[in-house]
Design a protein around this ligand. Structure first.
Ligand code: UDP
Ligand code: MG
Length: 309
């Protein structure tokens, strides 16, 4: 008998823990027919509400339910990593607990695994119900990533994904501290089938992402999967060198032809402030990568467990 691990990261999700369980339970007959043993693992990412209590209550009803609870909020990336690390199934499916990733899609996903795919991923084709500015920047982000990164990062890709153990182990083998799951899945490769669906809005609870946190997350993604900003700062530096040589020649020739009248103080100030601005900006880019390296070198654990069953 094969085993399927359904793993869900949860952060302040007391309202959705039970509806999610009920939705998954609707598939019980399917699991039986397919002779799949199921474990349902909730990873509580340091919730401050009744999430843990809800999961414990469910565990009393159904022993297939398990919990890993963090000592504090470590972020969704850490939660997904824990989901994969603690899962024991031959197949693992990661999904959001808020039912934006419909569990009813599982039979279709499995049909592709049966056809020989290693992983079945999902992407939403619309961003219905999302703030316009957010969609706009999200689109920009994916377009930019396509240009500056060798790793494929699919627009609208969700974290909802069914994988074989082989793929899970490959993802777990990537030990980096600064994790950007969407990129990691692209990086490991394997035969992936993409399923598409319309965006489904959250019914209960609210999104944990603000515009600002998404913006910072996108910068993490860029730095984790591209070194283009570094090359870009080198190129800008080179361009400024060329420009300054040309200016030098110009000033030199002009002084020879017209003599050297004292002038040009304002332009000098402008040039100096422009160049020091560019320098600090480039230094900042280098600094960002260094900060990431600093965190990698420390090798802190990605999460700490407070309780698990
Ligand atoms: N989540 C988490 N840790 C966090 C933020 C979110 O585990 O710090 C979980 C959350 O409980 C949910 C999933 O990640 O199951 C997706 O979060 P959300 O629905 O807020 O994101 P959105 O769907 O709006 O992108
Ligand atoms: Mg959601």
């Amino acid at each position: 008998m094969k085993k399927l691990s359904i793993v869900v990261p949860c952060y302040n999700e007391e309202e959705t823990v039970v509806p999610f369980y009920e939705e998954v339970s609707k598939l019980n007959t399917y699991f039986e027919e397919k002779e799949l043993e199921v474990e349902l693992l909730y990873v509580d990412d340091g919730s401050r509400d009744g999430t843990v209590a809800e999961v414990k209550r469910l565990h009393e009803r159904d022993t297939r339910i398990h919990l890993v609870s963090f000592s504090r909020n470590f972020g969704k990336e850490a939660a997904i990593f824990a989901c994969l690390q603690k899962s024991t199934g031959d197949y693992v499916v990661v999904m959001d607990v808020d039912l934006q990733d419909p569990p009813a899609l599982l039979p279709e996903m499995f049909s592709y695994i049966d056809q020989g795919y290693d992983s079945v991923a999902t992407r939403r084709v619309s961003r219905k119900g999302e703030p316009v500015i957010r969609s706009f920047f999200a689109r920009r982000f994916y377009r930019l990533m396509k240009k500056i990164s060798k790793t494929e990062i699919v627009d609208g890709a969700r974290d909802y994904r069914l994988m074989t153990r082989q793929v899970v182990d490959a993802v777990l083998a990537m030990k980096e501290y600064n994790r950007f799951t969407k990129g990691i899945f692209g990086w490991v490769g394997y035969e992936t089938k993409w399923l598409e669906y319309e965006n489904i809005e959250r019914t209960k609870g609210e999104t944990k992402w603000s515009f600002w946190s998404l913006l910072l997350y996108s910068l993490d993604g860029i730095m984790a999967f591209s070194t283009m900003p570094l090359s870009l700062s080198a190129i800008v530096g080179l361009l400024f060198c060329i420009l300054s040589i040309l200016l030098l020649l110009f000033v030199f020739v002009r002084a020879l032809v017209f003599g050297d009248p004292v002038a040009g103080w304002p332009s000098l100030v402008c040039i100096i402030s422009l160049i020091s601005g560019v320098q600090l900006f480039c230094l900042g880019i280098v600094g960002q990568y260094m900060a990431k390296m600093y965190m990698e070198v420390k090798q802190r654990p990605l999460y700490l467990v407070k309780e698990e069953f």
